[in-house]
Design a protein around this ligand. Structure first.
Ligand SMILES: C[S@@+](CC[C@H](N)C(=O)[O-])C[C@H]1O[C@@H](n2cnc3c(N)ncnc32)[C@H](O)[C@@H]1O
Length: 237
């Protein structure tokens, strides 16, 4: 999968609203994600699933859930009373019993229909947190929806990856690109008609957002392609 965490998207039709762009982009993204050799299938989802562990009897809120496929899998694995929220509304036909899908904006998590007064054992932001207009506000809202012993699982693209790509493209140095604060745009492989504009971030930016929202980081991992998956993909290639 060529990309996974755009911060904002501009469609070929000129809309600057990332949410509108996702109405177009969502089916293309899901098509790319579903491929056997997508980054999500090979690296991200196995690592995310591993961190979640046993979800039996746990309620899960998946924020920016895409088509809801991951939430449906968690419910099949025993999760209960779970909700997937996404702005695109591009959900799987029928959610399995124990799951519901709601169209909503993660920048306004405090007013997404049906969430008020509820508590979840696990709150997921899987490659979706970059869309929050005010990241601290969104994490604070998530915190109020979390059970006392619950946790947030948030995944974002390692910012070094973007810095390497930009340094290659611009003939600049890695350090220059990593610490630069100017937004950058490019077209994704999901749909060449839609340009994505990203806000840059460093690892310390991410850590500070958690602290500002009154949360702390218990575990951080940087998952790699397993040897087995690498062999399988190189055989196919
Ligand atoms: C890169 S995809 C990740 C999807 C899914 N979490 C996964 O891991 O496959 C980003 C998702 O964030 C959603 N999204 C973008 N902006 C959003 C917003 N403001 N509120 C809720 N969801 C949003 C998109 O519609 C898309 O489904």
């Amino acid at each position: 999968m060529p990309d996974d965490d755009p911060q904002a998207a501009t469609s070929s039709h000129g809309s600057e609203d990332p949410s509108l762009a996702w109405l177009e982009l969502a089916p293309d993204y899901e098509q790319a994600r579903a491929k056997e050799d997508s980054l999500d299938r090979l690296v991200e989802w196995p690592a995310q699933r591993d961190l979640l562990g046993d979800v039996t009897g746990r309620s899960v809120l998946d924020v920016g859930c895409g088509n809801g496929g991951k939430l449906a899998e968690l419910v099949r694995d025993g999760a209960t009373a779970s909700v997937g929220v996404d702005i695109s509304g591009n959900f799987l036909g029928a959610p399995p019993p124990g799951a519901e899908f709601v169209r909503g904006d993660l920048s306004e998590l405090d007013s997404v229909p049906g969430l008020a007064g509820r508590r979840f054992d696990r709150i997921l932001f899987l490659q979706s947190f970059g869309y929050a207009k005010d990241p601290v506000r969104t994490l604070r809202a998530a915190r109020t929806l979390l059970t006392d012993d619950g946790f947030v699982l948030l995944t974002k693209t390692q910012p070094l990856r973007y810095a390497v790509e930009r340094a290659d493209r611009n003939g600049t140095s890695l350090g220059e690109e990593y610490f630069s604060t100017a937004p950058f745009s490019y077209r994704t492989g999901w749909n060449e008609q839609i340009a994505l504009t990203k806000r840059r971030y460093t690892v310390s930016d991410l850590i500070n957002v958690f602290s500002a929202a009154g949360l702390w980081i218990e575990t951080a991992i940087e998952p790699q392609l397993s040897e087995d998956a690498a062999t399988r993909t190189s055989r196919r290639g």
